[in-house]
Design a protein around this ligand. Structure first.
Ligand code: GUN
Ligand code: ZN
Length: 448
């Protein structure tokens, strides 16, 4: 017989067989395409984990009785178990830049961001911030992220090492910028190429880590550097690319001056062969239909960064146009332009951005984007993002009683969609009861 529901989450053993009982929700597709067939919901469900992977998922009644004798059952009844959140765009080196007042993108970069990133020449500082940042991701239920480091190689080592010791799936890369930035954060086309190559060799495919070639954005790279980015991708199949595009009108005008031959901002990246599968572009606000078609045709993905777009006054992401064009979309917190590492806060602001654009982001689609949608944007949906048997068992446990106000609202929410909506509109890190990596508990709120 399985042990009783009093077993503690600390009994979970990634090497053995552990069952997690609670309300469970995951997605097998996009609700905007599949409707109600896109999600699986077990009001009283069980997720069975063996060796860090999903071994079974189903209703408690039948799944518990099929467990072998001695299996541990962790009781999360009264809480909601979801696949871990996927943050498709964030800068760990901007942890201390968050909440910097009063500027739009280009001035904000000069005034706050480049000075903060220059400090990452110090490996000790990089290590301290990386540790804090990864702990914050886990506190917020984020189990996978695509992360900008800085120009400095040691900043990349620091973030990968902090993820590796926690067995997290994480993608990161050294920022490439060889012009239009202070010398403290500048590289050269050749040094950036050589450093990226060495970092790919050291980190890509090690444990659960992946490398992303990381040109910051077109204005801070010479044409030679962008060309070498394409070469890195050609020489290392499976490596990712991350950058920014079409975030701010001043930035778009600057790109038109620097690359007078380009049809559009996105066309600069296209010219150098940077639109591909596993390429993720943050923001994608000031695009035209041809740009969206190129992203869909090449398999490149967009990262919708709502809190950042509002905070920096950049503009409104067009989620409907992206979906209709067939582009992959994930969500990004974009800290420090973004104002929170919480995907719940990010969903709240995403909903409001869509409202301002005359669109509606449903609760089910919201949680799809935060989980399987993000995994698909990163081409990792064969490994993470839902609870299919064999998937890596990264998950988050949400507490509907996390604040008095949330508890009160939840008591009046009957349908799943209503409760999801309350989580995303009222929730933050306090709503994350626990975060599990490969089945093992990596965070529990208040140590309870
Ligand atoms: N564009 C180029 N660099 C950055 C950055 O660090 N943050 C944001 N939001 N946009 C950028
Ligand atoms: Zn960014």
């Amino acid at each position: 017989m399985p042990s009783g529901p009093s077993a503690s989450a600390d009994d979970a053993n990634a090497g053995g067989l552990t069952a997690f009982r609670g309300e469970i929700l995951d997605f097998i597709g996009d609700p905007a395409t599949l409707g109600d067939a896109a999600h699986r919901h077990f009001p009283d469900g069980v997720l069975v984990v063996r060796d860090g992977r999903v071994a079974a998922l189903g209703p408690a009644a039948s799944t518990l009785s099929a467990l072998p004798a001695g299996a541990t059952v962790i009781d999360y009844r009264g809480k909601l178990i979801l696949p871990g959140f996927v943050d498709t765009h964030v800068h760990f080196a901007q942890t201390d830049v968050i909440a910097s007042y009063g500027a739009q993108l280009l001035e904000w970069l000069e005034r706050y961001t480049f000075p903060a990133e220059a400090r990452f020449a110090d490996p000790g500082h990089a290590h301290e911030v990386a540790e804090f940042f990864i702990a914050e991701l886990l506190r917020n239920g984020t189990t996978t992220a695509m992360v900008f480091a800085t120009t400095h190689v040691s900043s990349v080592d620091a973030i990968f090492e902090a993820a590796r010791v926690r067995a997290m799936r994480l993608i990161a890369g050294k920022v490439l910028m060889d012009r239009n930035v202070p010398e403290t954060v500048r590289d050269t086309a050749d040094s950036g190429f050589a450093d990226s190559k060495a970092l790919i060799g050291k980190w890509h495919g090690r444990d659960r880590l992946g490398y992303a070639v990381t040109p910051r954005f077109a204005p801070t790279s010479t044409e030679r550097q962008l060309e070498l980015c394409g070469r890195l991708l050609d020489e290392h199949p499976g490596v990712f690319l991350q950058s920014h595009v079409a975030e701010n009108r001043g930035e778009v005008a600057w790109v038109a001056e620097l690359f007078p031959w380009s049809r559009s901002y996105l066309d600069v990246y296209d010219h150098y062969g940077l639109l591909r599968e596993r390429s993720v572009f943050a923001h994608c606000i000031h695009l035209d239909p041809t740009d969206r078609q190129r992203m869909a045709a090449t398999g490149a993905a967009m990262s919708f960064c709502a809190t950042s777009n509002l905070f920096l006054g950049s503009g409104l992401f067009d989620a409907k146009a992206a979906h209709e064009a067939g582009v992959r979309v994930g969500l990004g917190t974009d800290v420090g332009g973004g104002t929170s590492l919480s995907m719940l806060r990010t969903l709240d602001e995403s909903y409001k951005v869509c409202q301002l654009a005359g669109q509606s982001l449903s609760p089910l689609r919201s949680f799809y984007l935060a989980t399987l949608g993000g995994a698909a944007a990163l081409y990792l949906d064969d490994r993470i993002g839902n609870f299919d048997v064999g998937r890596e068992a990264d998950f988050v446990v949400l507490d509907p009683g996390s604040t008095p106000l949330m508890a009160r609202r939840m008591a009046r929410a009957e349908r799943l969609e209503e409760r999801l909506f309350a989580f995303m509109i009222l929730g933050d890190d306090r709503a994350v009861h626990a975060t599990h990596i490969l089945g093992t508990r990596a965070h529990v709120r208040d140590g309870t």
